[in-house]
Design a protein around this ligand. Structure first.
Ligand SMILES: CC[C@@H](C(=O)O)C(=O)SCCNC(=O)CCNC(=O)[C@H](O)C(C)(C)COP(=O)(O)OP(=O)(O)OC[C@H]1O[C@@H](n2cnc3c(N)ncnc32)[C@H](O)[C@@H]1OP(=O)(O)O
Ligand SMILES: [Co+2]
Length: 133
């Protein structure tokens, strides 16, 4: 893993949170995107070298809807940039981590993504991200 790619924050109302984070960073979201397979609508902000992903649920079965119902708004996951997601999945599996999707899937912002179960990572949902060339 090379660096934090983004921090994902679960929000109830994406439009309201877009306005809030625009005030916080002094710049608007650079992208808004729906990822139907994850049941989310996302927007992305850059603050210096740091990237924040806001996530709103688009259906009640979405991981974000479940998280909001249990824990409320807040940090949902930390995503790490990897050069070779397939190799990283194999390495982490061999280390005993529970990989939630062994086949990388299409995420937002032109990335292939995979997740590790938070029960095996001290309660933090970890996302692996590889830029699609
Ligand atoms: C936009 C695309 C992409 C990107 O490109 O960046 C994204 O970021 S998508 C983000 C949304 N997608 C995901 O989160 C996919 C991976 N997540 C999952 O597969 C599931 O959410 C889960 C982690 C397997 C949990 O699902 P499930 O078991 O069905 O839900 P429960 O509500 O029953 O939770 C079980 C257990 O896990 C705890 N939990 C759930 N989510 C988190 C979390 N984000 N961080 C920490 N802990 C989490 C939950 O509290 C439960 O714990 P207990 O109550 O103690 O059992
Ligand atoms: Co993410």
């Amino acid at each position: 893993m090379r660096k934090i790619e983004h921090i994902g924050i679960a929000v109830n109302d994406l439009e309201a949170s877009n306005q809030l984070f625009e005030k916080l960073f002094g710049a608007p979201a650079y992208k808004t995107e729906e990822v139907a397979s994850e049941g989310v609508k996302t927007s992305f902000f850059m603050n210096g070298p740091n990237k924040i992903e806001l996530l709103e649920a688009t259906n009640p079965d979405s991981p974000i809807a479940k998280f909001l119902a249990k824990k409320g708004e807040g940090i949902h996951h930390i995503a790490f940039d990897v050069a070779d997601i397939t190799a990283e999945i194999a390495r982490l599996k061999a280390e005993g981590f529970t990989v939630l999707n062994e086949t990388p899937k299409k995420g937002a912002d032109n990335k292939l993504v995979a997740f590790l179960h938070p029960k095996g990572t001290n309660g933090v949902l970890v996302e692996l991200c590889q830029e699609i060339a």
